[in-house]
Design a protein around this ligand. Structure first.
Ligand code: SAM
Length: 348
């Protein structure tokens, strides 16, 4: 039987949440991203220094489950598991199985997705699908094996990831999306190859503009390959047709090709920020809530849970934290401050 959740009632409080969790800027927050470890088996050069390992403890699977259940009890409808590398996490399949039993406040199953580097996906795709996972996004920053392995710093990674993508597609973890971060002068020559890859492999490739979230110091405005440039470059080889958004909070601008075969998307947090439509909140692998990738403060949900807070108290805490969600990020503006955690330790 599906685990049921009762809509929260904040007795004695003037705050009256409904099935929609709304922040103080009027945005509906329905998308929770949960990092279940900050360990990673890749050392992607634009993400990690290669010298720094994990920095935060993993929590028990039941602890993530309780925290996710609290969020769902406030109106979250979509959960994406991430990391670090979530496929490294023991207990992942059990967690997915439990999450698949949860119901949203309107009685529907959660939308369950996972972001992975795909290295271990070949063997895990089938058990994850069977446990109730709906979709995977696989990160891939080159379609050429030697460039790919120069980025990941792991020999054999290209074939492992392509095998993982095909396994995901074969078991119906569809549509398989590929996330690609382009850096000028580094892997931007791969852009046209990705368009062909999307069509050949029947996957949706999404290019993400590089954000200042790396462990080291690589980011400059010049290294970012913008949405406009990506569209122009691909359009020269394969004419593109823009697709309408599927929902208001969709982060990707979507395009198909002139013959209607294949899809690419571009996520442009730097050159065309979408903060006004942001529907996301994040939970780090050590149980801190982050209301924005670029937050300067974290909110210690796990600490309160460990201290014995009840579910209604934790609901109140999450609700109040969401009210503090930042209006927008300030990438590229004078005085911009990098957050204390980099992407791999937040959960992308
Ligand atoms: N290990 C998993 C993976 O590789 O997908 C999940 C974690 S990884 C940090 C999540 C995503 O963040 C990847 O697609 C990665 O390319 C992206 N990413 C990492 N650093 C980034 C940055 N500075 N700007 C934009 N995306 C970044």
């Amino acid at each position: 039987m599906a685990a049921s959740l009762t809509p929260v009632s904040f007795a004695g409080s003037s705050e009256m949440p409904s099935a929609r969790l709304t922040d103080s800027h009027g945005r509906v927050i329905h998308d929770l991203r949960v990092s279940i470890t900050d360990r990673c088996n890749y050392k992607c050069v634009y993400c990690r220094t290669g010298e720094d390992g994990p920095q935060y403890p993993d929590l028990a699977i039941e602890e993530y489950l309780r925290m996710i259940r609290l969020f769902v009890g406030l109106g979250i409808t979509k959960v994406r598991l991430t990391g670090g590398e979530p496929l490294l996490r023991r207990g992942l399949v059990d967690l997915v199985q439990e999450l698949a039993r949860l119901r949203t406040l309107t009685g529907d199953p959660l939308d369950l997705a996972l972001t992975t580097n795909g290295h271990l996906l070949d063997s895990l795709a089938a058990p994850l699908k069977q446990a109730g996972l709906h979709r995977v996004t696989v990160s891939m920053d080159a379609v050429d094996a030697s460039t790919f392995e120069r980025i990941t710093r792991v020999p054999g990674s290209f074939n492992a990831v392509v095998g993982g993508i095909r396994a995901a597609r074969a078991v119906g973890l569809a549509p398989v999306k590929i996330n690609c971060v382009l850096l000028r002068g580094f892997n931007d020559e791969q852009v046209e190859g990705f368009a062909h890859f999307a069509r050949r492999e029947n996957v949706i490739v999404r290019f993400i503009e590089f954000m200042p979230l790396e462990e080291g110091r690589m980011w400059t405005p010049e290294i970012v390959v913008s949405l406009r440039e990506i569209v122009e470059r691909i359009g020269r080889v394969l004419p593109l047709v823009e697709l309408p958004p599927t929902e208001a909070s969709e982060t990707a601008r979507r395009y198909t090709f002139a013959d209607g075969v294949g899809e690419i998307g571009i996520i442009a947090p730097v050159t065309q920020a979408f903060c006004g439509a942001c529907s996301r909140v994040r939970l780090t692998s050590d149980g801190k809530i982050r209301t924005c990738l670029f937050s300067q403060v974290e909110h210690d949900l796990y600490g309160r849970m460990r201290a014995g807070a009840s579910d209604p108290e934790l609901h109140q805490y999450i609700y109040r934290t969401i009210q503090q969600k930042e209006a927008r990020h300030h990438i590229g503006e004078p005085g911009f401050l990098k957050p204390s955690r980099s992407m791999v330790h937040i959960g992308g």
